[in-house]
Design a protein around this ligand. Structure first.
Ligand code: NAP
Length: 328
């Protein structure tokens, strides 16, 4: 595969400094949660990844349990990487995570040292890599002492299997304790990954000031609320949608109130000359704290659409006010 020679040309992708670190991340990261497992054609997956790379997306977000089944997305990534992207390893930020359900038995879930280190070794094998760029603790699990999880992350960095560490889904007090432990041993947490979109905004209060004060980057997952903010559910649940095929729990989010908000937001997007999906991504990018938005595109058309957001991501004060009033 020949990567586009224009992928780093001006106007293709923007890159933002990640917190106070020396790393810049693309405004969009490609996410691998649902769309790289069974039922996804390898050639389509490769076309999406190539399109992302050709458009300056250098960051690829994985986790041990992405699929389905668990591990399948990492295996798919590994094949794409080994067959097509090996020569570009130094241009890529590749992440993975551990913390949620992965394998049966008492060690296959959670944030213990056993889980994190074993899981990363298995992830590296599936992804055909010697190291990842960012290894995340996927969540605070509610029972493993923060010291145990953080020491495992520190030892992983010292082993060379991850260049940086990140945290995801941590309550604020645990985040502060985790950062203090890591920094005390001279490992700087690079980035925090949290759910953030127009419909789910609790990280604004819980994490944004804390991260800004600590100089840690923020990357947003589920920017379209798993597709709801594309407007595709306005007239019911399409057969090929995530809610119909993969994640029936999404149906709980499809309330009349939410669908009405989505319809009103679509009118603003139209007046801005962009799709609702693009506006939803742009609205996140308009926040200064945000380093990158992780897009979970299922098709190349969706990915191309979302990439368009980086070229129209400023809002007037009136537009932001109007959006806020809709989201109240
Ligand atoms: N740290 C964590 O705990 C965590 C949790 C969740 C996700 N993540 C990461 O964040 C990534 C993104 O999350 P997500 O997949 O929920 O993101 P999302 O962008 O909110 O949802 C992706 C879904 O939205 C639809 N879509 C995407 N782009 C579209 C477009 N331009 N127009 C119309 N529909 C569009 C597709 O739905 P259809 O399939 O219905 O077409 C797609 O499957 C994941 O891949 C993963 O890397 C992290």
């Amino acid at each position: 595969m020949n990567a586009s020679p224009n992928r780093y040309a001006d106007g293709v992708m923007n890159y933002r400094q990640c917190g106070n670190s020396g790393i810049k991340l693309p405004e969009l990261t490609l996410g691998f949660w649902w769309n790289y497992g069974e039922g996804n054609d390898y050639v389509d997956c490769l076309a999406r990844m190539a399109h992302a790379f050709d458009n300056g997306i250098t960051c690829f977000d994985l986790a041990n349990n992405y699929g389905p089944p668990f591990g399948a997305a990492e295996s798919c990534f590994g094949r794409m990487y080994a067959e097509n992207f090996k020569a570009h390893r130094h241009e890529m930020i590749i992440t993975t995570k551990a913390g949620y359900n992965m394998w049966e038995g008492p060690y296959g879930c959670g944030s213990s040292r056993k889980m994190l280190i074993t899981s990363l070794n298995e992830s590296l094998q599936r992804m055909q890599l010697d190291y990842v760029d960012i290894f995340y603790s996927h969540r605070y699990d509610g029972f493993t002492p923060i010291e145990e999880t953080m020491q495992a992350l520190i030892d992983i960095v010292h082993s060379g299997k991850a260049l940086y560490v990140g945290l995801s889904n941590y309550p604020t007090d645990k985040l502060l304790a985790a950062v203090a432990y890591l920094r005390n041993q001279h490992v700087n947490p690079l980035i925090y990954q949290g759910k953030y979109n127009m419909l789910v905004r609790d990280v604004e209060e819980r994490h944004f000031d804390v991260l800004s004060n600590l100089g840690i980057g923020f990357t947003a997952f589920s920017p379209l609320a798993q597709g709801i903010l594309s407007g595709k559910y306005t007239d019911g649940i399409p057969d090929d949608s995530r809610a119909a095929r993969l994640n029936p729990r999404m149906k709980e989010m499809l309330t009349a109130d939410t669908l009405k908000k989505v319809q009103r937001l679509a009118l603003i997007a139209e007046s801005r000359g962009q799709t609702l999906a693009q506006m939803a991504v742009a609205w996140i990018l308009a926040k200064q704290i945000v380093t990158s938005v992780i897009v979970g595109s299922r098709t190349i058309e969706q990915l191309a659409d979302s990439i368009g957001a980086v070229h129209n991501s400023t809002f007037t004060a009136e537009q932001l006010l109007e959006i806020n009033q809709i989201l109240l």
